[in-house]
Design a protein around this ligand. Structure first.
Ligand SMILES: [Zn+2]
Length: 77
């Protein structure tokens, strides 16, 4: 039996919110990103194996990792 499987990454932009960067201190519109890695069987994504969220500063480009609850709260505002 031949089993075809693999991993694929998905990147979604959740929202743009005003935050103060911890690296450069500039307050501005940060982009919230959600990254997911899904397991595919026969080219069909069936299971999410990894999730992460982050906020990216537009001034210096640094990314700060967010918890899933924190990213969800920020995306609602
Ligand atoms: Zn910054």
């Amino acid at each position: 039996m031949l089993l075809i499987f693999g991993l694929k990454r998905y990147v979604d932009r959740l929202a743009v919110v005003v935050l103060t960067c911890a690296v450069c201190g500039v307050s501005g519109p940060n982009t919230l990103w959600r990254r997911r890695t899904k397991l595919s069987l026969f080219f069909v994504p069936v299971l999410t194996v990894r999730r992460s969220s982050s906020a990216q500063c537009p001034a210096c480009g640094s990314e700060r990792r967010l918890g899933s609850g924190e990213a969800r709260l920020l995306a609602r505002t």
